[in-house]
Design a protein around this ligand. Structure first.
Ligand code: MN
Length: 182
C-alpha cells in the first residue's frame, strides 16, 4: 500500500513546506508539489519532490506537467492555469486537465491554482486539489490552509486532508473505489 503527500500553493511560505515535509517524509512513498511556491526549482526543499510550474513561479526550470506512476497508479500533475482550471463556477474547471490526463493514461489528476481543497471523480479519474497551505479560498478557507495525503489500497483510493498543524480535516475525506477509475 502506497502513501502520497500532496501540497500546493505555499506562495513563498517556505517554512510550512519544510514543516510538512519533515512531518511526512518518512511516512510516504512519493511527494507531489503542485506549483506556486515562488521558490527556485533547485531549492533544496524540493529534493525528492515532484514539482510543476505555477502561474506565480518565475523559475522556468519547473516543468509544465508530469505523469508519474506510483504503486500501479498513474498520476497527471500540473498547476492548473495552463489548463484553465480557474475558469469555473464552483470548485474547478476539469475539462482541459481531463483531456491531458486521458493522453497520459492517468487515473489520478493532481492540481492546485484555485486554492480550493477538495476531490472529485470525473470521467473515471480522481481529481485532487490539496488546497493552499497559506492562502486558502472557497468553502474550506476557514481551516486556514490545507494539504492532502493519498493512500493507495488494493480496492480503494483514500484521500485525507490536514491543516497546518497536521490535524485531520474529516469533512474533506474521500474514499473512492478503484473500479470507478480507468
Ligand atoms: Mn496560487
Amino acid at each position: 500500500m502506497g502513501k502520497i503527500l500532496i501540497v500546493s500553493d505555499v506562495h513563498g511560505d517556505r517554512s510550512i513546506l519544510v514543516d510538512i515535509l519533515n512531518h511526512w517524509r518518512n511516512q510516504v512513498d512519493a511527494i507531489f508539489y503542485n506549483g506556486d511556491s515562488e521558490l527556485a526549482a533547485d531549492d533544496s526543499v524540493f529534493d525528492g519532490v515532484s514539482t510543476v510550474i505555477g502561474n506565480r513561479d518565475s523559475d522556468v526550470n519547473f516543468v509544465e506537467a508530469r505523469s508519474t506512476t506510483v504503486d500501479g497508479v498513474t498520476f497527471f500533475q500540473t498547476h492548473g492555469h495552463l489548463y484553465n482550471a480557474g475558469d469555473f463556477i464552483g470548485w474547478a474547471n476539469l475539462t482541459d486537465m481531463d483531456q491531458a490526463a486521458n493522453e497520459a493514461q492517468a487515473q489520478v489528476v493532481l492540481f492546485g491554482h484555485t486554492h480550493q481543497a477538495g476531490t472529485q471523480v470525473y470521467d473515471h479519474k480522481l481529481f485532487i486539489n490539496p488546497g493552499s497551505t497559506t492562502l486558502p479560498m472557497g468553502e474550506y478557507a476557514s481551516f486556514g490552509g490545507s494539504y492532502a495525503v493519498l493512500s493507495i489500497e488494493p480496492q480503494q483510493l483514500i484521500v485525507d486532508f490536514y491543516n497546518r498543524q497536521h490535524q485531520e480535516l474529516p469533512v474533506l475525506k474521500a474514499v473512492v473505489n478503484r473500479n470507478q477509475l480507468k
